[in-house]
Design a binder for this molecule. Sequence first.
Ligand code: NAI
Length: 385
Amino acid sequence: MNVGIIGSGTMGSGIAQVAATANCSVKVYDTNQEALKKSEVSLDKVLSRLIEKGRIDEAEKNRIQNNILYVDSLKELADADLTIEAIIENLEVKQKVFRELESYQSKDAIIASNTSSLSIASIAGALENPERVIGIHFFNPAPLMPLVEIIPAVQTSEEVKNKVVKIIDDWKKVGVLAKDTPGFIVNRVARPFYGEALRIYEEGLADFATIDWAMKSLGGFRMGPFELMDFIGNDVNYTVTETVFREFYYDPRYKPSFTQKRLSEAGYLGRKSGRGFYQYGDHAKTLNPSKDKDLGNKILDRILVMLINEAADALFLNIASAKDIDLAMSKGVNYPKGLLTWANEKGIDWCVEKLDKLYEEYHEDRYRCSPLLRKMKKNNQKFLV
Ligand code: NAI
């Protein structure tokens, strides 16, 4: 299969590696020559490291590299059966590139976007044959993260959807189908991991280190919310939250946090700037968590129940199946288990009671319990995951 990749930055380079490893013939295009060169050099380094680790041999490295051609004209992608775009997150620029690409390709070529925040319908809307457009959303780093969200737009044909599901499976990735709604599955369902942690901090109930400790030591998450925000970058994480909030017509459940906004404004972006919630580098001050188990469990329960509520509501609104919602959170952001499975284990009664207690205390819409959880409690049901 011929695959075209547009944009050879972080995501495009990773996706090219995935497709080339699966033996596709890949052409990578970027407007920036330096970005193309960088992509080629970094792939060489990545593959050499895999040889050192004994994961692949020299022949495999050569095979993968020989499957990729770096090209400086979009026209070169004329023969691609599937093109995945991973350029700057700007609707007008994406539409322009897609229109040009469409003029070179046959009608049945599939054109996909790796966008995190734009609607697939809005990108497809610019084309003469929008039924060929679909969202294929990888996670960073693409070669390592198993999850891929597949997002058909209202215009996308059934045939294109089915073909893409099969391709992602052939590429040995875990594909999940998601509705074309803000944040798709992962970036929507994960919001409370950051938002509720920030809220707990803002209320003065605990400091960053204690909240992170609770989520890791008691919850089994690989990283705490504040460590993760510093890792992602407070600017990037804040923008995702703000976009989701706006796109959901200002539903208070997704309200961004001033704390994070101020850090971002101050240039305290996280690891990349040497300071975020924490300090990094030689003279960094370390913060010690309180390790009070009662407090830690309260923090974990509050963030967890908000995550479960979000996952339940995504199911209630048919954003994805229960199985795909659970797969998305464990394979896309490494949660220790799927949130609906977790809800089953904690008990649906427990979830509803915890949410109602929060609502009673705050009287904020942010704490409203999903109608699905309430209905399941009434009927004594569990999630089918
Ligand atoms: P990046 O900034 O690393 O790379 C973008 C590349 O696109 C650059 O090399 C740039 O030269 C090139 N480019 C810009 N305009 C172009 C054009 N008109 N034609 C051809 N090439 C062009 O960006 P990154 O992080 O790889 O993101 C790309 C896309 O993937 C965005 O839509 C982003 O929302 C999405 N995404 C990003 C993730 C991440 O963690 N970085 C995760 C999942 C999706």
